[in-house]
Design a protein around this ligand. Sequence first.
Ligand SMILES: [Zn+2]
Length: 95
Amino acid sequence: MKKFPFEDSPNTACFTCCHVLNENKPILYVSHDEDGYWQFLCGGQHTESDARIVSLADILEIDTSIADLAQLDYGKYAEAVDAMSDWVVRIKKNM
Ligand SMILES: [Zn+2]
């Protein structure tokens, strides 16, 4: 079995959206929030009702490429233009 790439345990709850989960949209936005939460969203606009909670193991099964972002630091996020593009890591601006 491959080593789980995240430091968090596989059953850690994280956020995704209904588009990724139900419509097979690619994950184009990955955020590691300062409070430790991971978000894995499609590139669209979201409201609270679009949010879904899954485990890190679930999301890795949906898109194995996010293993590349397992080391993403707190307060950083990564964006990709489309599923074929490389991730671009950015630092969140403080509000
Ligand atoms: Zn979405």
